[in-house]
Design a protein around this ligand. Structure first.
Ligand SMILES: Nc1ncnc2c1ncn2[C@@H]1O[C@H](COP(=O)(O)OP(=O)(O)OP(=O)(O)O)[C@@H](O)[C@H]1O
Ligand SMILES: [Mg+2]
Length: 356
């Protein structure tokens, strides 16, 4: 609803005029006993006095309030055009208007500093992104070059293994070589996945099943170790829109990390549930934990503290979850264990994600 706009001077002046008119009226009544020429003179002087008081009031108000207001308006217009290098001149005054000016100038100073910080951060991120892009190109090129001869080597090893007599001690060695080749292949696949992601194939399906598959696979990997992998499913969980292959990969990465963090005996616990309109999967372990200063690093590509790790597992997991419009949180206590929580919206937003 539009309200009638009334000039502030008029608003300030109206009560003054009202009081002065009432005073004049009082004067007129009080001077009834005087003779006419004298009474007339008194009334003229009082009237003129009232007009002068009004004029002076307006002048003082205009000087004290309107000027700073106009200046403030001009500066705000400059700010809305993106210019933050502004300051008001009335900040020097030692009254409330001066306080306003000082606060305004202080606020502008803080805004300038924050903008500078954001610009520096942006520049650093851009140069990091460029650096990573170059590194990614280099790595994927290299991965392709290695993969082809590796496939050849794997084939030859297979044939040699088949031709060896059952009793030959070289059979164990061939088996080891095959395992190593599989490991190199896994690293190369992860690397190519990280560098050339493909958009998730979203399907509404049961998240319990996806998680269960990953848990089963991880359990097979720890058969010979005293590590227990517990799974708590959520049978009533509504279906979740997700790419089951990709989420399976995320969970497997989290589970393998958890298992690798446990020295000796320990427990890895997987809990499915829901929180904040999202399905949640928590993977917690009783491993060695992650020091506070490393927490911000672990999702960076190639960050690893393990001798034979590539540091791609979590960066891949992070990217996949982002593509699902979800989140991944981590909390950890050194010596006690870590807890990773994956949150996936039940209905992923329908924004198509470009493959790069
Ligand atoms: N559950 C965990 N407990 C303790 N540290 C962890 C855990 N998960 C991840 N980390 C730390 O984060 C680092 C990065 O993990 P990430 O999975 O990305 O790489 P990686 O496990 O070292 O290698 P890769 O997964 O490629 O074989 C790990 O090296 C480890 O230091
Ligand atoms: Mg890992």
């Amino acid at each position: 609803m539009d309200t009638v706009r009334v000039n502030w001077q008029l608003k300030a002046l109206l009560p003054v005029v009202f009081v002065l008119l009432a005073g004049l009226l009082l004067f007129t009544v009080a001077t009834v006993s005087l003779r006419d020429p004298e009474r007339h003179a008194v009334l003229v002087v009082a009237g003129a006095g009232a007009v002068v008081i009004c004029g002076v009031s307006i002048g003082v108000l205009a000087y004290l309030i309107q000027r700073p207001m106009v200046e403030l308006q001009e500066k705000v217009a400059l700010i809305s055009e993106g210019n933050l290098d502004v300051a008001v001149s009335f900040a020097e005054r030692n009254d409330e208007i001066g306080d306003l000016g000082r606060n305004f100038n202080h606020m502008m100073q803080q805004l300038r500093e924050s903008r500078k910080e954001i610009e520096t951060m942006h520049r650093t991120q851009m140069s990091r992104a460029e650096h990573l892009a170059t590194l990614g190109e280099l790595a994927t090129g290299l991965a392709h070059e290695i993969r082809n001869p590796l496939a050849g080597i794997a084939g030859v090893i297979e044939i040699i293994g088949r031709d060896l007599p059952e009793t030959s001690p070289a059979r164990a060695m061939v088996k080891d070589v095959r395992l190593e080749i599989n490991q190199i292949n896994r690293i190369l696949t992860d690397l190519l996945e990280t560098a050339r992601p493909h958009p998730p194939q979203m399907m509404r399906s049961n998240l319990n099943t996806t998680v269960e598959h990953a848990v089963m696979l991880a359990r097979q990997q720890v058969l010979s170790q005293p590590i227990k992998i517990e799974l708590q499913q959520a049978p009533d969980l509504p279906e979740v829109e997700h790419d089951s292959d990709q989420i399976h990969q995320v969970l497997l990465n989290l589970l393998l990390n958890a298992v690798q963090a446990v020295d000796g005996a320990g427990t890895v616990r997987v809990e499915i549930g829901s929180r904040d309109d999202c399905a949640s999967v928590i993977v917690s372990d009783t491993g060695h934990g992650i020091p506070e200063q490393q927490l911000s690093q672990i999702f960076r590509p190639f960050y690893t503290t393990r001798g034979n790790g590539t540091g791609l597992g979590l960066s891949l997991a992070h990217r996949i979850i982002e593509d699902h419009h979800g989140r991944i949180n981590v909390t950890s206590i050194v010596g006690k264990g870590s807890k990773f929580e994956v949150l996936l919206p039940f209905e992923a937003a329908t924004v198509p994600i470009e493959a790069s």
